[in-house]
Write a protein that binds this ligand. Sequence first.
Ligand SMILES: Nc1ncnc2c1ncn2[C@@H]1O[C@H](COP(=O)(O)OP(=O)(O)OP(=O)(O)O)[C@@H](O)[C@H]1O
Length: 331
Amino acid sequence: MRFQGLGKTYVSSAGEVQALQGINLDIEPGEIFGIIGRSGAGKSSLLRSINRLERPSEGRVLVDGEDIAGLGEAELIRLRRRIGMIFQHFNLLAAKTVRENVALPLRIAGVPQDEARARVAEVLRLVGLEGKEDTYPSRLSGGQKQRVGIARALVMRPEILLCDEATSALDPETTLSILRLLRDINRRLGLTIVLITHEMSVIREICHRVVVLEHGRIAETGPVWQVFAQPQHAATQALLAPLTRALPEDLSARLRDRAEPGDWQVIELPFTGEAAPDLAVLAQGVRLVQAQVDPIDGHAVGRLVLLAPPELDPASLSPNARRLGHVATND
Ligand SMILES: Nc1ncnc2c1ncn2[C@@H]1O[C@H](COP(=O)(O)OP(=O)(O)OP(=O)(O)O)[C@@H](O)[C@H]1O
Protein backbone atom coordinates (compact mmCIF):
# COMPACT_ATOMS: atom_id res chain seq x y z
CA MET A 1 0.00 0.00 0.00
CA ARG A 2 1.19 3.49 -0.77
CA PHE A 3 0.53 6.95 0.61
CA GLN A 4 1.26 9.77 -1.81
CA GLY A 5 1.29 13.31 -0.47
CA LEU A 6 -1.43 12.34 1.99
CA GLY A 7 -2.92 15.19 3.98
CA LYS A 8 -5.87 15.25 6.34
CA THR A 9 -7.55 18.36 7.71
CA TYR A 10 -10.47 18.13 10.11
CA VAL A 11 -12.91 20.99 10.07
CA SER A 12 -15.05 21.44 13.14
CA SER A 13 -16.75 24.27 14.98
CA ALA A 14 -13.50 24.77 16.89
CA GLY A 15 -11.68 25.45 13.60
CA GLU A 16 -9.35 23.47 11.38
CA VAL A 17 -6.92 20.82 12.57
CA GLN A 18 -4.25 19.64 10.16
CA ALA A 19 -3.85 16.05 11.35
CA LEU A 20 -1.60 14.81 8.51
CA GLN A 21 0.64 16.63 6.02
CA GLY A 22 2.72 15.42 3.09
CA ILE A 23 2.80 11.75 4.03
CA ASN A 24 4.75 9.70 1.45
CA LEU A 25 5.15 6.10 2.51
CA ASP A 26 5.10 2.55 1.19
CA ILE A 27 4.03 -0.47 3.22
CA GLU A 28 5.14 -3.75 1.68
CA PRO A 29 2.96 -6.86 1.45
CA GLY A 30 3.68 -9.31 4.28
CA GLU A 31 5.45 -6.89 6.59
CA ILE A 32 4.56 -5.78 10.10
CA PHE A 33 4.60 -2.01 9.97
CA GLY A 34 4.37 0.18 13.06
CA ILE A 35 3.06 3.73 13.29
CA ILE A 36 4.18 5.52 16.45
CA GLY A 37 3.96 9.04 17.79
CA ARG A 38 2.73 11.05 20.72
CA SER A 39 -0.93 11.64 21.37
CA GLY A 40 -2.41 13.72 18.55
CA ALA A 41 0.49 13.02 16.15
CA GLY A 42 -1.90 11.65 13.52
CA LYS A 43 -1.55 7.87 13.99
CA SER A 44 -5.28 7.05 13.91
CA SER A 45 -5.88 9.36 10.98
CA LEU A 46 -3.16 7.55 9.00
CA LEU A 47 -4.34 4.06 9.96
CA ARG A 48 -7.98 4.83 9.26
CA SER A 49 -7.15 6.21 5.82
CA ILE A 50 -6.14 2.68 4.75
CA ASN A 51 -9.71 1.38 4.82
CA ARG A 52 -11.21 4.80 4.12
CA LEU A 53 -12.68 5.30 7.54
CA GLU A 54 -11.05 8.67 6.93
CA ARG A 55 -10.96 10.30 3.50
CA PRO A 56 -7.80 12.17 2.51
CA SER A 57 -8.07 15.95 2.22
CA GLU A 58 -5.04 15.85 -0.09
CA GLY A 59 -3.03 13.20 -1.87
CA ARG A 60 -3.82 9.56 -2.42
CA VAL A 61 -3.94 6.18 -0.70
CA LEU A 62 -3.26 3.25 -3.02
CA VAL A 63 -4.09 -0.31 -2.01
CA ASP A 64 -2.72 -2.83 -4.50
CA GLY A 65 -2.04 0.08 -6.80
CA GLU A 66 -5.64 1.29 -6.73
CA ASP A 67 -6.61 4.76 -5.50
CA ILE A 68 -9.29 3.95 -2.94
CA ALA A 69 -10.77 7.46 -3.03
CA GLY A 70 -12.71 6.53 -6.15
CA LEU A 71 -14.33 3.36 -4.82
CA GLY A 72 -18.11 3.16 -4.89
CA GLU A 73 -20.23 1.64 -2.13
CA ALA A 74 -19.97 -1.99 -3.28
CA GLU A 75 -16.23 -1.73 -3.99
CA LEU A 76 -15.69 -0.19 -0.58
CA ILE A 77 -17.40 -3.16 1.08
CA ARG A 78 -15.11 -5.48 -0.90
CA LEU A 79 -12.06 -3.44 0.15
CA ARG A 80 -13.03 -3.59 3.82
CA ARG A 81 -13.41 -7.36 3.61
CA ARG A 82 -9.77 -7.52 2.52
CA ILE A 83 -8.75 -5.30 5.43
CA GLY A 84 -9.47 -6.59 8.93
CA MET A 85 -9.27 -4.35 11.98
CA ILE A 86 -8.84 -4.84 15.73
CA PHE A 87 -9.34 -2.24 18.44
CA GLN A 88 -8.03 -1.19 21.84
CA HIS A 89 -11.36 -1.93 23.52
CA PHE A 90 -12.08 -5.03 21.42
CA ASN A 91 -15.54 -3.83 20.22
CA LEU A 92 -17.24 -7.17 20.92
CA LEU A 93 -21.01 -7.56 21.17
CA ALA A 94 -21.75 -8.28 24.83
CA ALA A 95 -25.00 -10.15 24.15
CA LYS A 96 -23.36 -12.59 21.74
CA THR A 97 -21.13 -15.57 22.47
CA VAL A 98 -17.55 -15.88 21.22
CA ARG A 99 -18.75 -18.04 18.31
CA GLU A 100 -21.50 -15.58 17.37
CA ASN A 101 -19.15 -12.60 17.58
CA VAL A 102 -16.63 -14.26 15.28
CA ALA A 103 -19.32 -15.49 12.88
CA LEU A 104 -20.92 -12.07 12.51
CA PRO A 105 -18.87 -10.83 9.51
CA LEU A 106 -19.58 -14.12 7.71
CA ARG A 107 -23.32 -13.76 8.34
CA ILE A 108 -23.27 -10.21 7.01
CA ALA A 109 -21.34 -11.38 3.94
CA GLY A 110 -23.87 -14.19 3.38
CA VAL A 111 -21.41 -17.07 3.72
CA PRO A 112 -23.34 -20.41 3.88
CA GLN A 113 -23.77 -21.80 7.42
CA ASP A 114 -21.69 -24.97 6.99
CA GLU A 115 -18.75 -23.07 5.61
CA ALA A 116 -19.15 -20.37 8.25
CA ARG A 117 -19.08 -22.97 11.05
CA ALA A 118 -15.87 -24.49 9.71
CA ARG A 119 -14.20 -21.11 9.28
CA VAL A 120 -15.14 -19.96 12.78
CA ALA A 121 -13.73 -23.19 14.25
CA GLU A 122 -10.54 -22.75 12.22
CA VAL A 123 -9.84 -19.17 13.39
CA LEU A 124 -10.75 -19.92 17.01
CA ARG A 125 -8.18 -22.73 16.90
CA LEU A 126 -5.65 -20.36 15.36
CA VAL A 127 -6.02 -17.82 18.19
CA GLY A 128 -6.10 -20.49 20.92
CA LEU A 129 -9.74 -20.13 22.00
CA GLU A 130 -11.01 -23.68 21.57
CA GLY A 131 -13.43 -24.49 24.36
CA LYS A 132 -14.57 -20.86 24.71
CA GLU A 133 -17.05 -20.93 21.80
CA ASP A 134 -20.18 -20.55 23.96
CA THR A 135 -18.74 -18.07 26.45
CA TYR A 136 -19.94 -14.46 26.60
CA PRO A 137 -17.33 -11.65 26.42
CA SER A 138 -17.97 -10.54 30.03
CA ARG A 139 -16.54 -13.88 31.20
CA LEU A 140 -13.29 -13.45 29.26
CA SER A 141 -10.00 -11.82 30.26
CA GLY A 142 -8.73 -8.84 28.29
CA GLY A 143 -6.28 -11.03 26.39
CA GLN A 144 -9.02 -13.52 25.51
CA LYS A 145 -11.28 -10.68 24.34
CA GLN A 146 -8.56 -9.45 22.02
CA ARG A 147 -8.14 -13.00 20.70
CA VAL A 148 -11.85 -12.95 19.83
CA GLY A 149 -11.27 -9.60 18.10
CA ILE A 150 -8.40 -11.09 16.11
CA ALA A 151 -10.44 -14.19 15.20
CA ARG A 152 -13.34 -11.99 14.05
CA ALA A 153 -10.95 -9.98 11.86
CA LEU A 154 -9.30 -13.10 10.41
CA VAL A 155 -12.48 -14.99 9.65
CA MET A 156 -12.92 -12.93 6.46
CA ARG A 157 -9.40 -14.02 5.38
CA PRO A 158 -8.11 -10.48 4.96
CA GLU A 159 -4.79 -9.59 3.32
CA ILE A 160 -4.20 -6.68 5.67
CA LEU A 161 -4.82 -6.40 9.41
CA LEU A 162 -5.04 -2.95 11.01
CA CYS A 163 -4.39 -2.85 14.75
CA ASP A 164 -5.56 0.27 16.57
CA GLU A 165 -3.69 0.30 19.92
CA ALA A 166 -4.58 -3.39 20.18
CA THR A 167 -2.56 -4.02 23.33
CA SER A 168 -2.92 -0.68 25.13
CA ALA A 169 -5.61 -1.98 27.49
CA LEU A 170 -3.63 -5.12 28.41
CA ASP A 171 -1.05 -5.88 31.10
CA PRO A 172 2.56 -6.40 29.96
CA GLU A 173 2.44 -10.21 29.99
CA THR A 174 -0.83 -10.37 28.05
CA THR A 175 0.50 -7.72 25.66
CA LEU A 176 3.43 -9.97 24.89
CA SER A 177 1.20 -12.98 24.25
CA ILE A 178 -1.02 -10.98 21.86
CA LEU A 179 2.01 -9.55 20.03
CA ARG A 180 3.41 -13.06 19.63
CA LEU A 181 0.09 -14.24 18.28
CA LEU A 182 0.11 -11.41 15.74
CA ARG A 183 3.66 -12.28 14.70
CA ASP A 184 2.71 -15.93 14.36
CA ILE A 185 -0.29 -15.02 12.20
CA ASN A 186 1.88 -12.75 10.06
CA ARG A 187 4.31 -15.61 9.44
CA ARG A 188 1.75 -18.34 8.92
CA LEU A 189 -0.72 -16.45 6.77
CA GLY A 190 1.61 -13.93 5.13
CA LEU A 191 -0.76 -11.21 6.33
CA THR A 192 0.36 -7.57 6.20
CA ILE A 193 -0.05 -6.00 9.63
CA VAL A 194 -0.19 -2.25 10.24
CA LEU A 195 -0.35 -1.24 13.87
CA ILE A 196 -0.43 1.97 15.82
CA THR A 197 1.01 2.32 19.27
CA HIS A 198 2.59 4.93 21.53
CA GLU A 199 5.00 2.38 23.00
CA MET A 200 8.37 1.71 21.41
CA SER A 201 8.49 -1.66 23.20
CA VAL A 202 5.58 -2.84 21.03
CA ILE A 203 7.44 -1.70 17.91
CA ARG A 204 10.60 -3.48 19.06
CA GLU A 205 8.73 -6.68 19.79
CA ILE A 206 7.12 -7.33 16.42
CA CYS A 207 7.55 -4.67 13.76
CA HIS A 208 9.86 -4.89 10.78
CA ARG A 209 9.64 -1.22 9.87
CA VAL A 210 8.30 1.85 11.62
CA VAL A 211 7.25 5.40 10.93
CA VAL A 212 7.49 8.03 13.65
CA LEU A 213 4.88 10.76 13.30
CA GLU A 214 5.21 14.20 14.86
CA HIS A 215 2.57 16.91 14.41
CA GLY A 216 1.11 15.11 11.42
CA ARG A 217 4.38 14.75 9.55
CA ILE A 218 6.89 11.94 9.15
CA ALA A 219 9.71 12.52 11.65
CA GLU A 220 11.55 9.44 10.44
CA THR A 221 10.97 6.02 9.02
CA GLY A 222 13.05 2.89 8.47
CA PRO A 223 13.77 -0.65 9.65
CA VAL A 224 13.07 -0.94 13.37
CA TRP A 225 16.61 -1.96 14.31
CA GLN A 226 18.01 1.09 12.52
CA VAL A 227 15.60 3.52 14.12
CA PHE A 228 16.44 2.04 17.53
CA ALA A 229 20.17 2.06 16.87
CA GLN A 230 20.45 5.56 15.48
CA PRO A 231 17.32 7.60 16.13
CA GLN A 232 17.59 10.76 14.05
CA HIS A 233 14.70 12.83 15.37
CA ALA A 234 14.09 14.29 18.83
CA ALA A 235 10.57 12.80 18.79
CA THR A 236 12.04 9.31 18.32
CA GLN A 237 14.63 9.87 21.01
CA ALA A 238 11.89 10.95 23.42
CA LEU A 239 9.83 7.85 22.62
CA LEU A 240 12.90 5.67 23.17
CA ALA A 241 13.86 7.29 26.47
CA PRO A 242 11.76 4.94 28.68
CA LEU A 243 13.59 1.96 27.17
CA THR A 244 17.08 3.34 27.64
CA ARG A 245 18.63 2.57 30.99
CA ALA A 246 19.89 5.64 32.81
CA LEU A 247 23.47 5.71 33.98
CA PRO A 248 23.98 4.24 37.46
CA GLU A 249 23.13 7.01 39.93
CA ASP A 250 26.48 7.07 41.73
CA LEU A 251 28.18 7.53 38.37
CA SER A 252 25.89 10.24 36.95
CA ALA A 253 26.13 12.19 40.22
CA ARG A 254 29.93 12.31 39.88
CA LEU A 255 30.09 12.94 36.14
CA ARG A 256 31.75 16.19 35.07
CA ASP A 257 32.30 17.82 31.69
CA ARG A 258 35.91 18.85 32.25
CA ALA A 259 38.57 16.40 33.32
CA GLU A 260 40.41 16.94 36.58
CA PRO A 261 43.90 15.41 36.84
CA GLY A 262 43.69 11.63 37.15
CA ASP A 263 40.04 11.43 36.09
CA TRP A 264 38.90 8.48 34.02
CA GLN A 265 36.64 8.89 31.02
CA VAL A 266 33.07 7.61 30.88
CA ILE A 267 32.53 6.34 27.36
CA GLU A 268 29.39 5.19 25.64
CA LEU A 269 29.87 2.54 23.01
CA PRO A 270 26.72 2.16 20.95
CA PHE A 271 25.98 -1.02 19.07
CA THR A 272 24.18 -0.19 15.91
CA GLY A 273 23.36 -3.65 14.75
CA GLU A 274 26.16 -3.96 12.20
CA ALA A 275 27.79 -6.69 14.27
CA ALA A 276 27.36 -8.32 17.65
CA PRO A 277 29.23 -6.50 20.43
CA ASP A 278 32.90 -7.38 20.45
CA LEU A 279 34.03 -7.55 24.07
CA ALA A 280 37.68 -7.45 23.01
CA VAL A 281 37.48 -3.72 23.85
CA LEU A 282 37.43 -4.73 27.50
CA ALA A 283 40.96 -6.07 27.19
CA GLN A 284 42.29 -2.57 26.53
CA GLY A 285 42.33 -1.63 30.20
CA VAL A 286 38.77 -0.34 30.28
CA ARG A 287 36.09 -1.33 32.80
CA LEU A 288 32.52 -2.24 31.98
CA VAL A 289 29.98 -0.13 33.92
CA GLN A 290 26.74 -0.96 32.16
CA ALA A 291 25.54 -3.05 29.24
CA GLN A 292 22.25 -3.09 27.40
CA VAL A 293 22.04 -5.00 24.15
CA ASP A 294 18.78 -6.13 22.55
CA PRO A 295 18.48 -8.39 19.57
CA ILE A 296 16.14 -6.65 17.13
CA ASP A 297 15.22 -8.45 13.94
CA GLY A 298 18.57 -10.25 13.88
CA HIS A 299 20.64 -7.17 14.79
CA ALA A 300 22.34 -6.38 18.07
CA VAL A 301 21.27 -2.92 19.22
CA GLY A 302 22.24 -1.23 22.47
CA ARG A 303 25.19 0.25 24.25
CA LEU A 304 28.04 -0.42 26.64
CA VAL A 305 29.13 2.19 29.15
CA LEU A 306 32.81 1.95 29.96
CA LEU A 307 35.31 3.57 32.27
CA ALA A 308 38.56 4.21 30.43
CA PRO A 309 41.90 5.63 31.55
CA PRO A 310 42.56 9.30 30.65
CA GLU A 311 45.08 8.57 27.91
CA LEU A 312 42.80 6.28 25.90
CA ASP A 313 41.41 7.72 22.67
CA PRO A 314 37.69 6.80 22.52
CA ALA A 315 37.94 6.45 18.74
CA SER A 316 40.37 3.54 19.26
CA LEU A 317 37.46 1.54 20.71
CA SER A 318 35.04 2.28 17.90
CA PRO A 319 34.32 5.16 15.53
CA ASN A 320 30.93 5.46 17.25
CA ALA A 321 32.34 5.76 20.76
CA ARG A 322 31.24 8.93 22.58
CA ARG A 323 32.66 10.45 25.75
CA LEU A 324 29.89 11.19 28.23
CA GLY A 325 32.18 12.90 30.74
CA HIS A 326 34.87 12.33 33.33
CA VAL A 327 34.91 10.93 36.86
CA ALA A 328 37.42 10.63 39.65
CA THR A 329 38.31 7.04 40.38
CA ASN A 330 39.79 5.59 43.54
CA ASP A 331 42.89 4.23 41.87
N1 LIG B 1 -12.95 13.89 13.85
C1 LIG B 1 -12.08 14.84 14.20
N2 LIG B 1 -12.44 16.13 14.23
C2 LIG B 1 -11.58 17.12 14.56
N3 LIG B 1 -10.29 16.88 14.90
C3 LIG B 1 -9.87 15.60 14.90
C4 LIG B 1 -10.73 14.51 14.56
N4 LIG B 1 -10.02 13.36 14.66
C5 LIG B 1 -8.78 13.71 15.02
N5 LIG B 1 -8.67 15.04 15.18
C6 LIG B 1 -7.45 15.81 15.55
O1 LIG B 1 -6.42 15.47 14.64
C7 LIG B 1 -5.17 15.32 15.28
C8 LIG B 1 -4.63 13.92 15.03
O2 LIG B 1 -5.50 12.99 15.63
P1 LIG B 1 -5.25 11.42 15.61
O3 LIG B 1 -6.37 10.79 16.36
O4 LIG B 1 -5.01 10.97 14.21
O5 LIG B 1 -3.88 11.31 16.44
P2 LIG B 1 -3.29 10.07 17.25
O6 LIG B 1 -1.82 10.15 17.05
O7 LIG B 1 -3.97 8.83 16.82
O8 LIG B 1 -3.66 10.45 18.73
P3 LIG B 1 -3.97 9.48 20.00
O9 LIG B 1 -2.71 8.74 20.30
O10 LIG B 1 -4.31 10.47 21.08
O11 LIG B 1 -5.11 8.61 19.60
C9 LIG B 1 -5.42 15.65 16.74
O12 LIG B 1 -5.11 16.99 16.96
C10 LIG B 1 -6.92 15.40 16.91
O13 LIG B 1 -7.44 16.21 17.92
